[in-house]
Ligand binder design. Structure first.
Ligand SMILES: [Zn+2]
Ligand SMILES: [Zn+2]
Length: 304
């Protein structure tokens, strides 16, 4: 029924060299949709004025891209100045792009007969879900036809969900963009490095994490940096599901069940997640950014 060809990218952080390379690399190609997953500027890390300049500098590249397909974009957390006590101004309050279709955070948009939503709870089987920040639940168990997100700068795919990584990162490196072909039950994503060859692979120790995309020379991000960050955000979600006002604590078993139900339904994941929780329950003073703290009884964990 549906056949779509999509160009997906994001997180250029105000950089235009990467966009120029993307524009050159896709010269002559046509897409149903071109999707930018946010962090178009770097206002948060620079300042509002610089962010607005960046937005204006990006616009001509967006214009060229929009000639090759319907451009849909969402803003990211970097597209807003940093608030030092006050209320931060968003770059779009100072300058509005005259090209493309903006999907508002939490909003919806229908363009060329395709419905886009930024709300995971509102995504039906025909919709394209688009958020900047990743929803772990939607990433692993999305109800949408496709899900695109950015923010973490770690490109990966799980079934119909794709995190677009980055076009240009904080270290000054150009990253990659993706072409995705959506057919009825088949969904193919190909990675295209801007400056070097990128590869897609599944780590045998972290299959549940999905297919990762990195430059040729890099390997699994979870093997290198440890899975703690993933597990801590999944633990938050599992806690929400397993606890309530009346029931403040959850056992490790409760959390593993909740994480499997609501996020990653995979046995290896469950084993690794359990080890992470057990380790956490054994420490006296957990790391302040960790969502869990040991409760009075060692085998249950309590909301912080
Ligand atoms: Zn970013
Ligand atoms: Zn790994």
């Amino acid at each position: 029924m549906t056949h779509q060809r999509i160009l997906a990218c994001g997180d250029n952080h105000g950089d235009t060299e990467s966009l120029e390379k993307l524009v050159e690399a896709t010269d002559g190609e046509e897409f149903d949709f071109i999707i930018h997953t946010g962090d178009i500027t770097n206002a948060y890390k620079t300042d509002l004025e610089t962010g607005v300049d960046q937005l204006q500098a990006v616009e001509p590249y967006f214009e060229t891209l929009a000639e090759r397909g319907t451009l849909v974009y969402i803003y990211g957390n970097r597209d807003k100045e940093r608030a030092f006590g006050g209320s931060p101004t968003h770059v779009s309050e100072e300058y509005e792009l005259s090209v493309g279709h903006r999907l508002q955070a939490g909003g919806e948009l229908t363009v060329d007969g395709q419905r886009f939503t930024a709300d995971p709870a509102d995504a039906g089987p025909e919709d394209i879900l688009l958020t900047h920040g990743i929803s772990q639940e939607a990433f692993f168990q999305s109800s949408a036809n496709a899900y695109f997100c950015g923010d973490t700068h770690r490109a990966r795919q799980f079934k119909t969900a794709l995190n677009t990584g980055y076009l240009h990162n904080d270290k000054g490196f150009n990253g990659a963009y993706f072409t995705a072909t959506l057919d009825d039950d088949e969904w193919e994503a190909a990675v295209h490095g801007l400056d070097e060859q990128w590869k897609g692979f599944v780590c045998p120790d972290h299959q549940w994490y999905g297919r990762q995309f990195t430059p040729e020379k890099f390997g699994c991000g979870l093997c290198k940096f440890g899975p703690g960050r993933q597990f801590s955000s999944i633990a938050f979600i599992a806690f929400e599901k397993a606890t309530s006002e009346e029931e403040e604590t959850a056992s490790i078993d409760d959390l593993v069940v909740a994480a499997r139900d609501g996020v990653v339904d995979d046995e290896t994941f469950a084993d690794q997640f359990r080890s992470y929780l057990e380790e956490l329950a054994n420490v006296d003073r957990p790391h302040p950014t960790d969502p869990l703290k040991p409760a009075e009884s060692p085998e249950s964990l309590k909301r912080q």
